[in-house]
Design a binder for this molecule. Structure first.
Ligand SMILES: *Cc1c(COP(=O)(O)O)cnc(C)c1O
Length: 363
């Protein structure tokens, strides 16, 4: 079976974890700090705050920006649910703006129409590893006095006009095992603002600056040194992992027939957390089953857009229709693109997809 994702764990990660276990410092300690400093450096920001997951990093970021009840957060409906749930956690309302069908990211042209007096933030998602169009997004935010949060949980190391994602607005990353680098579970917030960084650290640790002096309501959203050790060992490999993902994507672009391959605008780099094709004419599910039978794992990210999830329809009362996100949910299919693939895996995937699509056209 060729899996859709496979974490790349080497001796470095295993030795780093063993060292932590022997050190006696297991919870948040020196490895977390080292991971934060190294991560801030690769993102080109001053501060990074490590957390227990990408979800808790998003939650902290919204709290630290003072977003709460009565506020609106503009975001994409075509993402992992955590992006939008972060607004729900703090009592704010996600406002969904449809996607650009070419990039799968939030449609720039529709953002301004969604801004109201209650809008506090634009939470963009760099879906599948492709950066959003950050220059106009930052300009819109500035014009309307709202902040920008970048959900970069799928886009570690991706660049927009030569600058790393997570360095435009407040950045949020995840180190879940399927992501471009992992710490087991884990997350990170990136910022150049020292006051915001300080607030994030407080919220992460029960509202404390000084031990057992609790200034505000906080949480235990800390990363452990065990997880940070894995993340630190992965970090130097990120560029190489991304290069292999990009080379695998190029192979697919050159060889796949009959499906719509990903679009990459010239001013940014795609780090291919996912290589996602569109399969037109209602053939997606049949192609997926065909690949499964041939030992090729695929996944649908995401089969139901956030505004159509039961939570959003039945509990939160969403009735909005967003046709591009809904159509994408019916047509997308992600193929394995991770750095563990061999040339023979790539050839097998291409042959199976092309075989199915060619046969389908004859029928
Ligand atoms: C993975 C992911 C998250 C959440 O990260 P976790 O570490 O799993 O909590 C949030 N947003 C997006 C777009 C993601 O892909």
């Amino acid at each position: 079976m060729i899996p859709i994702a496979r974490p790349q764990i080497g001796d470095e990660e295993i030795e780093a974890v063993t060292e932590v276990l022997k050190s006696g410092i297991l919870a948040q300690g020196p490895r977390v700090q080292a991971f934060e400093e190294a991560f801030a450096q690769i993102c080109g920001v001053k501060y990074a705050i490590a957390t227990s997951s990408g979800t808790t990093a998003l939650h902290i970021a919204l709290l630290a920006h003072g977003i709460g009840p009565g506020d609106e957060v503009i975001t994409s409906p075509f993402t992992f649910i955590a992006s939008a749930n972060s607004a729900v956690y703090v009592g704010a309302r996600p406002v969904f703006v449809d996607i650009d069908p070419r990039t799968f990211n939030i449609d720039l042209e529709r953002i301004e129409a969604a801004i109201t007096l209650r809008t506090k933030a634009i939470l963009v998602v760099h879906l599948y590893g492709l950066p959003c169009d950050m220059a106009p997004i930052m300009a819109i935010a500035e014009k309307h006095g709202v902040i920008v949060i970048e959900d970069a949980c799928q886009a570690h190391g991706a660049e927009y006009r030569g600058r790393k994602v997570g360095s435009f607005g407040t950045g949020v990353f995840s180190f879940y095992p399927t992501k471009n680098i992992t710490s087991g579970e884990g997350g990170m917030i990136t910022t150049d603002d020292p006051a915001l960084a300080e607030r994030c650290r407080m919220i992460r640790n029960h509202g404390m600056r000084k031990r057992y002096f609790h200034e505000e309501l906080g949480f235990n959203f800390r990363m452990t040194d065990v997880h940070a050790a894995i993340g630190l060992a992965q970090l130097p490999k990120l560029e190489q992992f991304n290069r292999i993902r990009q080379a695998n994507a190029r192979f697919f672009n050159e060889h796949l027939r009959g499906v719509v391959v990903p679009t990459v605008p010239a001013d940014r780099t795609h780090v291919f957390h996912q290589y996602t094709i569109r399969v037109p004419n209602g053939k997606r599910d049949a192609l997926r089953a065909y690949l499964q039978e041939r030992g090729i794992g695929t996944e649908i990210y995401y089969p139901i857009p956030v505004h159509r999830q039961r939570l959003y329809v039945e509990e939160l009362g969403y009735t909005v229709s967003l046709p591009e996100a809904e159509r994408a949910a019916e047509e997308v299919l992600s193929l394995p693109v991770h750095p563990g693939l061999t040339l023979s895996d790539l050839e097998k995937i291409v042959a199976a997809v092309n075989e199915f699509m060619e046969r389908g056209e004859v029928l």
